[in-house]
Design a protein around this ligand. Structure first.
Ligand code: UGA
Length: 434
C-alpha cells in the first residue's frame, strides 16, 4: 500500500520504518528540515535500538522516503498515519495544535480517497474534531475515513513492540475502513481489536494511566516497607505472582518519567475535570510520582545534614535504559534540587548527555565513564538502571568515591551482594546497609 506517516518522532519514525520493511511504499513527512535531511542520510535523530539498520535498509531498497513537502506526502496516499506530538500545555491538557495543522494540510493536499489514522495519543473526542476538519476542508468529491489507532510502543524496545505487541486497537465508525486497517496489520499476527473511535482513544489513556498507577502503587508500598521493616523485592514478587495482578510494572523506584506517562496522566485528569468527574485516584498517582522523584535528595539531606559543597555523582540521566530521552526523567528533578542545595554534580550516562547538556548546560559536569563520575564523590545517586551500572564491580564505589554512600533509585543491586562491601547503601523499599 502507499502509506504516509506524518511526524518523524519516536512513534512516527518507527511506524514508517517498520511498515516500509514489511514491503509497503512509505513516505514520512515532517516540518523540520534538518531532521528530514538527517533521516535521508540514514541517521536517526534519536537513539532506538535496531532503528538505524532498518532505516538504512528501507532507504536503500526504495521502500521509504522522507520529505517536508505535504503535496508529495499526501496527494496519492491510501493510508495516512498522524503521529505528531501532543505535548502537555501549562494546565496539563494536551496541545493539539500539531494534530490540527497536519489535518488541515492533509485536507488541502489529498487527491485520492484516503484513510486518516491517528496514532498520536489524543483526548477522547479529538478524532471527531479531525473528522469535522475533513468534512469541511477536503475536496468535495473525495472520501476521508478517520480511524483511531493508538500506539503502545515503548521507547527502547519500539521495533520489537511493533512486531510483537499485545494488541492492535482500531477505532472506526466505518466497517470498510476498519477492514482495510485489519488487512494492513494481519501479517503481524497480533490480536486486532476493532471498536468505536472514542473507546479506542480512551483505551490508550486508560492503559497508560493504569500502568502509571501500578508504578505509584508499588512505590507507595515500597515506602511503607521501609517504615515497617519489610522488603519490597519480596513483597512485589509475592504480589505479582497473582495472575490477576501480574508481575510486570511492579519495579519500585524513583518514579516514572518519559514523554508519555507524565503527559498522559495529566491530560486524563484534565479531561476528567472538563466533564466534571474529578479523577482523584489518578491525581494521587501523579502526586506520589512527584514525591518519588525527590525522595533520594531528601534522604541524602537527612544523612548528610547539608549538601552544600558536596560532590554528587548521578549515575544515569535517561528516563529509562536503552534510550537517550531525558524528558520528565527523575534525574532532572534530582539534579535541579541538588544544585539548589549547593552541591556540585557530575553525571554519567552512556548516550543521553547531549540531551542533558541542552537542559543543564555547563551547570554540571558530564562523563560517559562511571568511574570518572564517582571519582572523589561524597555520594552517588543511581537514577537509571543501565546495564553498565548494574554490572559495575561493587568495589568500584569504595575505590573511587571519597565517601562510599550510594543512593540507588532503581534497586540495581542485590542486598546480599552489597553487604560484602564497605558501602552505605540506601535503596527503595529495602533495608539500609551501612
Ligand atoms: C509507555 C508505555 O509502556 C507504552 O505502552 C506506550 O506506548 C508509551 O508509554 C506511549 O504512550 O507512547 P515508555 O514511556 O516508552 O512507554 O516506557 P515504559 O517502559 O513504560 O516506562 C515508563 C517509565 O516507568 C520509566 O521511567 C520507567 O523507569 C518507569 N517504570 C516502569 C517503573 O518505574 N517501574 C516499572 O515497573 C516499570
Amino acid at each position: 500500500m502507499r502509506i504516509t506517516v506524518a511526524g518523524a518522532g519516536n512513534v512516527g519514525l518507527v511506524t514508517a520504518v517498520c511498515l516500509a520493511d514489511a514491503g509497503h511504499q512509505v513516505t514520512c513527512v515532517d516540518t523540520q528540515k534538518e531532521k528530514i535531511e538527517m533521516l535521508e542520510k540514514g541517521h536517526s535523530p534519536f537513539f532506538e535500538p535496531g532503528l538505524e539498520p532498518l532505516l538504512e535498509k528501507t532507504l536503500s531498497n526504495g521502500k521509504l522516503r522522507f520529505t517536508t513537502n505535504p503535496k508529495l506526502a499526501y496527494s496519492d496516499a491510501e493510508i495516512i498515519f498522524i503521529a505528531v506530538g501532543t505535548p502537555a500545555k501549562k494546565d496539563g491538557s494536551a496541545d493539539l495544535s500539531y494534530i490540527y495543522a497536519v489535518s488541515y494540510s492533509i485536507a488541502n493536499n489529498i487527491e485520492n480517497n484516503v484513510i486518516v489514522c491517528t496514532k498520536s495519543t489524543v483526548p477522547v473526542g479529538t478524532n471527531d474534531e479531525i473528522k469535522q476538519i475533513f468534512q469541511y476542508g477536503k475536496p468535495r468529491h473525495l472520501k476521508v475515513d478517520v480511524v483511531a489507532n493508538p500506539e503502545f510502543l515503548r521507547e527502547g524496545s519500539a521495533i520489537m513492540d511493533f512486531y510483537l505487541g499485545d494488541r492492535i486497537i482500531v477505532g472506526a465508525d466505518n466497517p470498510e475502513a476498519a477492514a482495510i486497517m485489519e488487512q494492513l496489520y494481519l501479517p503481524l499476527k497480533i490480536p486486532i481489536i476493532v471498536t468505536d473511535i472514542r473507546s479506542a482513544e480512551m483505551i490508550k489513556y486508560a492503559s497508560n494511566a493504569f500502568l502509571a498507577t501500578k508504578i505509584s502503587f508499588i512505590n507507595e508500598i515500597a515506602n511503607l516497607c521501609e517504615k515497617v521493616g519489610a522488603n519490597i523485592d519480596e513483597v512485589a514478587y509475592g504480589v505479582g505472582k497473582d495472575k490477576r495482578i501480574g508481575e510486570s510494572f511492579l519495579q519500585a523506584g524513583i518514579g516514572y518519567g518519559g514523554s508519555c506517562f507524565p503527559k498522559d496522566t495529566k491530560a486524563l485528569v484534565q479531561l476528567a475535570g472538563n466533564v466534571k468527574h474529578p479523577f482523584e485516584l489518578l491525581e494521587s498517582v501523579i502526586k506520589v510520582n512527584q514525591h518519588q522523584h525527590s525522595l533520594l535528595v531528601v534522604k541524602a539531606k537527612e544523612m548528610m545534614d547539608s549538601l552544600k559543597g558536596k560532590k554528587a555523582a548521578i549515575l544515569g540521566l535517561a528516563f529509562k535504559p536503552e534510550t537517550d530521552d531525558i524528558r520528565e526523567a527523575a534525574s532532572i528533578t534530582i539534579i535541579r534540587e541538588l544544585l539548589e542545595e549547593g552541591a556540585t554534580v557530575t553525571a554519567y550516562d552512556p548516550i543521553a548527555i547531549p540531551n542533558a547538556h541542552k537542559l543543564f548546560g555547563n551547570s554540571i559536569e558530564y562523563t560517559t565513564n562511571i568511574r570518572q563520575a564517582l571519582k572523589d564523590a561524597d555520594f552517588a545517586i543511581i537514577a537509571t538502571e543501565w546495564e553498565q551500572i548494574k554490572h559495575l564491580p561493587l568495589d568500584t564505589f569504595a575505590v573511587c568515591m571519597k565517601e562510599p554512600i550510594v543512593l540507588d533509585g532503581r534497586n540495581c543491586y542485590c542486598i546480599k551482594d552489597i553487604q560484602r562491601y564497605p558501602i552505605t547503601y540506601v535503596s527503595i523499599g529495602r533495608p539500609v546497609i551501612s
